[in-house]
Write a new protein. Structure first.
Ligand code: HEM
Ligand code: HEM
Length: 233
């Protein structure tokens, strides 16, 4: 039996970011069209996502080795080679994102950002994003469309993770939970270089400041609050 060794790849903040993002997107999804208290949950959860994105932005410069954006960009040749490998269902194993996974991750992050920021500028009868009120604009249509694109992209992401896990014979989802990937002992690699504590504090501080600031901004009374106790259709 081949002896294996464990290599630390995803740092804890990157993993917490990923799974919190998943939870908050699901919360936004199920509260997006509801009325009453759900509109407040939608707003707070969406604003927390903005905070997460601010964190991830700075973490892309100050984070652990494989969380850095400098590790995201592979030459086009490597992307094509990876696609060809995937079509043969035999992909080579990578420590951080594979060339296509990195591209997909960037696109996902951008679409989540577009959805969340357009939400801040959206309004309907039941709710108003804080920046919609401030700048007197309504990006409701963009918010809806970008959410549909996000749903499609999440489906592509899940398919990508499943196919790549199969083709590279490694459990990528488990690595996003434990932070480690297994390698044959003969092929051992060093653990990812860790981030500075200062970078973590600064990125988390910026995220809390932005998300907290948005949450504290005024928003108009929720239409359904006046009818609390009434059954909602
Ligand atoms: C709303 C749902 C989801 C969203 C928005 C999402 C978003 C993302 C993003 C933005 C990244 C890049 C991570 C980074 O560098 O910061 C990523 C990576 C990853 N996600 Fe998700 N994710 C979702 C659901 C899931 C689920 C359910 C799984 C597990 C089955 C999963 C498994 C992974 C894995 C394994 C990676 C690393 C990919 C690689 O190795 O290149 N994701 N995801
Ligand atoms: C990634 C984060 C977000 C997701 C996934 C999301 C998702 C959704 C969905 C599915 C709807 C229903 C759209 C429809 O009527 O079909 C919605 C509506 C809405 N969301 Fe969000 N949202 C997010 C962030 C935000 C944020 C940050 C705010 C503002 C604080 C916000 C404010 C609104 C408002 C005002 C509406 C009603 C306007 C409309 O119908 O489009 N959302 N959102």
């Amino acid at each position: 039996m081949t002896e294996t060794t464990s290599v630390r790849v995803w740092d804890l903040p990157t993993r917490v970011f990923h799974w919190l993002l998943l939870i908050l997107i699901v919360v936004c999804w199920f509260t997006g069209e509801e009325k009453g208290a759900a509109t407040l949950i939608h707003r707070l959860s969406g604003e927390a996502i903005v905070g997460l994105l601010v964190f991830r932005f700075f973490w892309g410069f100050w984070g652990g080795e494989y969380a850095r954006f400098s590790k995201f960009f592979a030459p086009p040749q490597e992307v094509f080679t990876h696609i060809k490998e995937l079509m043969r269902l035999r992909a080579s194993q990578t420590l951080g994102h594979n060339p296509l996974g990195a591209l997909a991750s960037l696109i996902l992050l951008l679409i989540v950002a577009l959805t969340a920021v357009s939400g801040l500028f959206s309004a309907d009868d039941d709710r108003t994003g804080p920046l919609s009120l401030l700048f007197n604009v309504n990006l409701k249509e963009l918010h809806e469309v970008s959410f549909r694109v996000l749903q499609a992209m999440v489906a592509v992401h899940l398919l990508g993770v499943a196919v790549t896990s199969f083709a590279s014979r490694e459990n990528l989802a488990r690595a996003m939970v434990t932070g480690a990937k297994k390698r044959p002992a003969a092929d051992a690699a060093p653990d990812a270089k860790t981030a500075s504590r200062g970078g973590l504090v600064a990125a988390a501080g910026a995220a809390l400041l932005i998300a907290g600031g948005l949450m504290l901004m005024p928003h108009p009374p929720q239409a359904e609050d006046h009818e609390s106790g009434h059954r909602e259709e």
